[in-house]
Design a protein around this ligand. Sequence first.
Ligand SMILES: [Zn+2]
Length: 264
Amino acid sequence: MIKIHFLGTCSGTEPMKNMHHTSTLLDIGGSLYWFDAGECCVHTAVTSGIDIMKSEAIFVTHPHIDHIGGLANLFFAFDKMIGMHKKSLPNGNTLEVFFPEHNTFEAIKTVALSGSISLRDFRFTLNEHGISDGVIFDDGKVRVKAKSNHHLKDDGADGVFHAFSYLVEAEGKRILLSGDVKSPSELDYLISDGVDLLVMETGHHKVSDVCEYAVSHNVKALRLNHHGREILGNRVAAEELTASYAERYGISIKLAYDGMTEEY
Ligand SMILES: [Zn+2]
């Protein structure tokens, strides 16, 4: 069984009531896999009753604040649980982290450790991995495939900013989590001939365009997250729109909200 926890569902806006920036957690057979770590993600997880010490890996789509604002706090929480409560992480107290850019990752580690009396390392092993297109993780239970996407702005060091989207294959299911993409069609490579669940960002796209993409690509269930101004401005209208697509095409479509949990 795969459980999906939507810890934060907002795009990179100013603070919004009852919403935090993006973070999604998959519980696959009791092991936890994080996809982005926006503000407050660890607080939402722990106060929802999730045992964060079952975490195996963290996958970051791109190093923008609405996707990594809670990562230092997440590392701090692991360290605190080990130091104060004698807990440990799986696999010999090791965490795998897939992060697209090394310097920002080092900065996050420094922030996470800034409360220690003397400069020290974490009480757990943090394995940093860069990301490239293709299968980046396979522990025999869970396989994760990455694909780089364009973002809205051409602001990367190479002239084109990249975010990554991730296809998760586990327990016979295919779950696709989008990064921030310039167009839904950037998911074509990973979606292939269909997925059981598409978790799609709507910060840069019209809700109708995302629904149109899902219904034409053999998506069994669509969950919208990383909400942008259309949904934030009129959630009721967006829910009516998604409900009309769901009814017309016979697929499950919902707007995700912070704290929502589902099983697949
Ligand atoms: Zn974003």
